[in-house]
Design a protein around this ligand. Structure first.
Ligand code: PEP
Ligand code: MG
Length: 577
């Protein structure tokens, strides 16, 4: 069985499940029973805080990774704060709380305070406060921290929500993967997992109740899924994949800064998909050919109010400047579906993926949309910015969005605020109607970017987050291949236009051969895959890939197409495949 989630990255893993349950201690009594105990309770709370501070100091001193040092440093500073400690003793003295009540109330006030600050780093940190609180409570109750030192086998940690403190353990040598029901790509645990290089998949509903301790599972952190009920053959294949991925990984550094050129000299752009500031350093490090998809929704999620134009502008400007002239394709807000945003008040829907999403919401909320467009336009003055509209299903929507863009431009002109007057606009091709109309729509845009994650969902009517139907989700269904070909063909012979792909298929080894053959211009892939995609392209002969297209277009099943691509993949990728 395959379960789909959010890819956090770091590659592949196979290991036995260890479900981590309830790290949150159960506390029944929050108030003091005996008020004469106040002095003792005040001393106790300070002792608990001190003990936890020294735990963090120990990890800080032992850790080699700067991210872990920073994180522990942050927790330490937080707990050392005189006002925080005083707030706890005051709760006992003045409001009759016991140690646990004092810790809980003060820490949740702190959490709220941080979550309201208009600073992404501090807002993200607010989510860690619950972890620090639980650590304080466990310390108070004398509950031992989760001990990973006893692990002797390759293990995949599974939890409703993995606490960052779990990953601060020194004993991670047998932790090969992490699966969590909650937590996005930008959560702190995700960042820590990436730093530590542990393959991870988050956001799989109820998985901690579905999986059993000791069950062997395969995890693909790059593509965001896990597989259960492995046969001997699955296990052997998974192990082989892990060995080959490691071999490929060792040879990727040579691709940094190199263009992606096939063996017979055809060049392709390999850009990165990005969603937050944490990915910026990594994509600069691998020197991607710009950003082919900036998922702006991450700037809108996990907060209680909409971000200001100034905040958005500053983020976009930072990216634009750091890219030094390489393209930055900023996708306008793609909210809805599985990306919920409480303050936008999108009502509950029976079919949210077919509902009030992305451009549909934005066109109905013109002023809100205009704020985002103004921020993008302002950033365009500082480099090579392009605008991309998501979830377009008709020409009318493109025209309406462009009309609002024109109004935003006029407002900036009236205010003498500079922007790139020739800014290019494109659309995501992720709804089948648009793929079918690609030849008609190409004149209306500067570029297309094929979003296969949704195009396949809508093309095959397979909910992309529903594990029960995930086996039907297939890149190589002949219908899907035709939608993609039609879209790429629409851009042919039009020098000023380009067709890219920012869905996951662009990083798939077989997908890459097909797309090289079809003549896609730009591959935009998750940051961790940029070098791999460049490397694989460099092993392909474009002419051979092109020659596969005619027979592939006559094939009637995904299996036939896959096996045809597979045959060439073995020849082209050799030891890496
Ligand atoms: C897609 O649909 O392929 C895509 C890249 O967008 P997202 O995954 O953000 O929906
Ligand atoms: Mg999409």
């Amino acid at each position: 069985m395959r379960y789909l989630g959010n890819k956090v990255g770091n590659g592949l893993a196979i290991g036995k499940v260890l479900v981590i349950r309830n790290q949150i201690p159960e506390i029944k009594e929050w108030n003091l029973v005996d008020v004469n105990e106040k002095e003792n309770e005040k001393k106790r709370v300070l002792d608990i805080v001190k003990a936890v501070i020294s735990d963090y100091e120990r990890v800080m001193n032992e850790a080699e990774e700067p991210e872990i040092k920073d994180l522990c440093g942050f927790y330490r500073t937080l707990l050392m704060s005189g006002s925080l400690q005083k707030a706890m003793t005051d709760k006992i003295e003045l409001e009759d709380y016991n140690v646990f009540g004092a810790i809980k109330v003060v820490m949740s006030e702190k959490e709220k305070e941080l979550s309201l600050i208009d600073n992404e780093y501090l807002r993200e940190r607010s989510k860690d406060i619950a972890d620090v609180t639980n650590k304080l409570l466990r310390k108070g109750l004398g509950i031992k921290e989760l001990d990973l030192a006893h692990l002797t086998e390759d293990t995949i940690l599974v939890s409703e929500e993995i606490a960052p403190s779990v990953l601060l353990s020194k004993h991670l040598e047998h932790v090969k993967g992490i699966v969590s029901e909650l937590g996005g790509k930008t959560s702190h645990v995700a960042i820590l997992a990436r730093t530590l290089g542990i393959p991870s998949v988050f956001g799989i509903q109820d998985i901690s109740n579905i999986l059993q301790d000791g069950e062997l599972i395969f995890l693909n952190g790059n593509q965001g899924y896990l597989e259960t009920e492995l046969t001997d053959r699955d296990i052997a294949e998974a192990k082989e994949k892990i060995v080959k991925a490691a071999l490929l990984e060792q040879n990727l550094q040579e691709m940094i800064g190199k263009p992606a050129i096939t063996k017979d000299g055809k060049q392709f752009e390999v850009a990165a998909n990005a969603g937050d500031l944490t990915e910026l350093d990594k994509l600069l490090e691998v020197k991607s050919d710009g950003i082919g998809l900036f998922r702006t929704e991450f700037l809108f999620l996990n907060r209680s109010t909409e971000p200001s134009e100034e905040y958005l502008f500053q983020v976009y400007k930072t990216f634009t400047e750091k890219l030094e002239g390489k393209p930055l394709i900023i996708r306008t807000l793609d909210i809805g579906g599985d990306k919920k945003c409480s303050y936008l008040h999108i009502p509950e829907e029976q079919n949210p993926f077919l509902g009030y999403r992305a451009i549909r919401y934005c066109l109905d909320h013109k002023d809100f949309f205009k704020v985002s467009l103004r921020a993008i336009l302002r950033a365009s003055h500082y480099g090579n910015v392009k605008i991309m509209y998501p979830m377009i299903s008709s020409l009318e929507e493109i025209k309406e969005a462009n009309q609002i863009l024109e109004e935003a431009k006029q407002e900036l002109r009236d205010q003498n605020i500079p922007f790139d007057a020739n800014i290019q606009t494109g659309i995501m091709v992720e709804i089948p109607s648009v793929a079918c109309m690609a030849d008609l729509l190409i004149d209306e845009v500067d570029f297309f970017s094929i979003g296969t994650n949704d195009l396949i969902q809508y093309g095959l009517a397979v909910d992309r987050v529903n594990p029960t139907v995930s086996k039907l989700y297939n890149f190589f269904n002949p219908g899907v291949v035709r939608l993609i070909k039609h879209t790429i063909d629409a851009g042919k012979g039009r020098e000023a236009k380009f067709v890219g792909m920012c869905g996951e298929m662009a990083a798939d080894p077989l997908g890459i051969i097909l797309l090289v053959g079809l003549g896609l211009h730009e591959f935009s892939v998750n940051v961790a895959s940029v070098l791999k995609v460049k490397k694989l392209i460099s092993l392909i002969e474009a002419e051979k890939a092109e020659a596969l297209i005619e027979p592939i277009m006559k094939m009637k099943t995904a299996e036939e197409i896959e096996s045809c691509l597979n045959q060439y993949a073995k020849e082209a990728y050799g030891e890496y495949y």
